[in-house]
Write a protein that binds this ligand. Structure first.
Ligand code: COA
Length: 154
């Protein structure tokens, strides 16, 4: 547990199945039409699988956002998915704290993520924390936007 100032607390805890409703709602509010969104069964599997983890940020005990990690077979990297902070909590350094927590808890020496090219707040955050944009995937998203594929060597 850490304090972001004298009045507020920020806890980062591992998700459990009782968090799935809030995880689904957060994902939907950030990415209403993303075909890569997880459904309820995907979240349940991610929470219960030893090769995946979901970390939730609680700001003064309120669900404020989450980040997900997965280790797929035959890949040298840990995949970082779904860094989401609820809009009302933006700008409080919760995104950065979730990202740093995920980097610390990644089990493989490389982390890979996809981010929409025009998502400047997220791209800036990832670059600041040392991620490199190695290549792009054109038309990756529903709206035909490109994804930047970024890597970090931990
Ligand atoms: C991207 C996101 C997670 C950032 O969360 P946050 O808690 O507001 O971010 P923080 O307060 O920790 O800010 C960390 C850094 O992000 C960048 N950032 C955040 N908001 C920004 C903005 N509006 N414009 C530019 N950069 C911004 C900055 O580099 C900032 O560091 P700084 O304040 O030292 O300059 C949040 O905006 C979000 O959930 N967006 C919707 C979901 C999303 O796009 N996720 C990324 C998927 S790949």
């Amino acid at each position: 547990m850490s304090s972001d100032d004298q009045a507020n607390t920020l806890d980062i805890i591992k998700a459990s199945t009782t968090d799935i409703i809030e995880l689904l709602a957060a994902q939907k509010s950030a990415f209403p039409d993303d075909p890569y969104n997880l459904n309820e069964a995907d979240f349940e599997e991610a929470i219960n699988s030893p090769s995946q983890s979901i970390w939730i940020a609680k700001h003064d005990n309120q669900f404020a956002g989450y980040i997900a990690l997965n280790d797929k077979r035959l890949r040298p990297w840990t995949g970082l998915d779904n860094l989401i902070v609820l809009e009302r909590f933006w700008g409080k350094k919760i995104g950065r704290k979730l990202l740093l927590h995920a980097i610390k808890n990644a089990t493989r020496p490389i982390i890979r993520l996809f981010v929409e090219k025009n998502n400047l707040p997220a791209v800036k955050l990832y670059k600041t924390e040392g991620f490199w944009h190695l290549y792009s995937k054109a038309n990756h998203y529903e709206n035909n936007d490109s994804a930047l594929v970024m890597f970090l060597k931990t």
